[in-house]
Design a protein around this ligand. Sequence first.
Ligand code: PAF
Length: 282
Amino acid sequence: MSVTERIEELRSLLAPARREGRSIGFVPTMGYLHAGHLTLMQRAREENDVVVASIFVNPLQFGPKEDYQRYPRDLARDAELAREAGVDFIFAPSVEEMYPQEMLAQVDVARITDRLEGAARPGHFRGVATVVAKLFNIVQPDRAYFGQKDYQQLLVIRRMVRDLSYPIEVVAVPTVREEDGLAMSSRNSYLNPQERQAATVLIRALRLGRERIESGERNAQRVRTAMQELIAQEPLARLEYLSIADPETLREQETITAPAFLSLAVFIGKTRLIDNLLIETL
Ligand code: PAF
């Protein structure tokens, strides 16, 4: 496995594979890898001749009050884990390599970024779409792998790929969870033991919502209220948003119809966590 910081070097390393018509799978990450990332890498390994992973904590997608500075970083550990997962090339650029000057060209995906994470984190998806567009141009993969935990990000990338005609298949991979249901996230490393316990409130609320729907409740507001009440019982949790929406448009549902997309963002102490469940049939 090779690790490079340089755009030009990665291009040269990938040139032979491209010339020989070998397929390239790409897993973009911000590093501090966990089992969720490794699942994406293993899937890319199964489906492609060559696997590239990027590790780049992208400043463009963090708001001024967010955790860009303290976001966990450990390239040596990540490189070892990625190698074990079958990655061939790691691209780990510096901020100067990716953004040597102010980025006057950025990618905006309209409308589906107005809600949920887009509303809570202004500018976030512009930063994500811009870095992913740039990474796609650098790596030029045949397939790119994204986790369903960041479901809205997946919608944004899919739409960008379609609208801008990237010849890339976007592959969605189910969320990987800890035994108690907490979705894997690099940000879980911020949680102290009490907070880690409290963080299960996200999946408990989502499962409660699903149970209510499965037992016949069709009034979305009543389901939201039940979920909010459960979260309110957890003293370390502060709900930011909770949504039952159409999974394509992300518009809120009044009467629940399938498919329904349940999602939420909750602060556990100072750590902001997100999670979601998709209900495909009723
Ligand atoms: O999901 C992430 O880790 C990031 O948003 C991504 C896709 C690597 C872009 O920085």
